[in-house]
Design a protein around this ligand. Sequence first.
Ligand SMILES: [Zn+2]
Length: 257
Amino acid sequence: MIDTHAHLFDDRFASDLPAVLARAEAAGVERVVCLGIDAESNRATLRIANSHPLVVAAVGIQPNHVAEAAPGDWDDVVRLAESEPCVVAIGETGLDRYWDRAPFALQEEYFARHIALARRLGKPFVIHCREAEADVVKVLRAEFEKHGPVRAVMHSFSGDAATAGACLDMGLYVSFAGMVTYKTAQQLRDVAAGVPLDRLLVETDAPYLAPVPHRGKRNEPGYVVHTAACLAEVKGVPVGVIDEHTTRNAKLLFGLE
Ligand SMILES: [Zn+2]
């Protein structure tokens, strides 16, 4: 299994990251994609990926952090993405209308930069979308019409079936996190049921939003198995089938071996 989205640089992992990754491996996780959200976490992500064979990296400036980005921070993203072999994707990037932390126009400008960088380097990009589904689909549609199928993932998907359908039509992958396991998330499970196995990904978004039965605790990559088990139930297939497909999809999208 591959945890396609985690933030291992978080302080909550500072004291026990090797143990966290050992537990992930014991649970059957063969790779973790660690995503930076700003200049400092991008550098930390690189340090982690370069010292743990289980971890690969993505670099970017997350939409809620674009306002505080210093001059040079974007150049750093570009430099790391161009020069570091463990960088497999660009992000996380995207749009967020839930937190009012950065002017929306600035988020849009950074989203466009990430997409252009990903295209130039032939790497996928990772999309954060919170209460901005229509805006994100509009940007992706423009990209799709100009350049064809979009090599990207909608991370921790929380939109509706129409949004998922629009993304699938443009070639994207749809990734589910712990939220899909929550009792009240039947609507999201219904959306997941409609995502074909060859476009499905799983993730933790650790340290946030741990899946049931760990809800409320610090999330960690090994817990991705609970999200996979939930998706297996939703789709009426053995968990091995979810494991096999999501692993293959993640390897294809991120170019992993
Ligand atoms: Zn994230």
